[in-house]
Design a protein. Sequence first.
Length: 168
Amino acid sequence: MRNSIIMALMAAAVLPVAAQAQSNAEVRHDRRDVRQEQRELQDARRHGSAQDVREERRDVRDARQELREDRHDRDRAWGRDDWRGGRDRNPNVYARGNWNAPFRYTPFRAGLRIAPTYYGSRYVIADPWRYRLPAAGWGRTWVRHYNDVVLVDTRRGIVIDVIRGFYR
């Protein structure tokens, strides 16, 4: 009895993680399902009863909900600390390397206004997804500042977020 309870708890912990692994193929499949359900709704409107139309509307609503959920899972924004596991598994990607800026290190904090030289194109992290950083958003960019990573509002020069010791 105890073993079965432990196995059920382990399965419950693993199941949500497996359900999050959505792909573009699954989203395409859901789009096809929505189109198919819409065709069936049109057929029910032409040839079916009121009950058939209600059932088909419910099916279309369910198919659209499934598509929304799969899109959300596929496009899930990385959380602030999702990079930590990746750094532990792939230390070479996060290696400091032979990198130095032409200015001395200044510890930035959120809310501070910085000069454009600190977030120039030379320091921009062009592929933040590679490091599992959260999406920067419009008008913002992730930049490297020595071993730190800084999220900067490029329109105003305001530091939004700082992750210290990102690179080893």
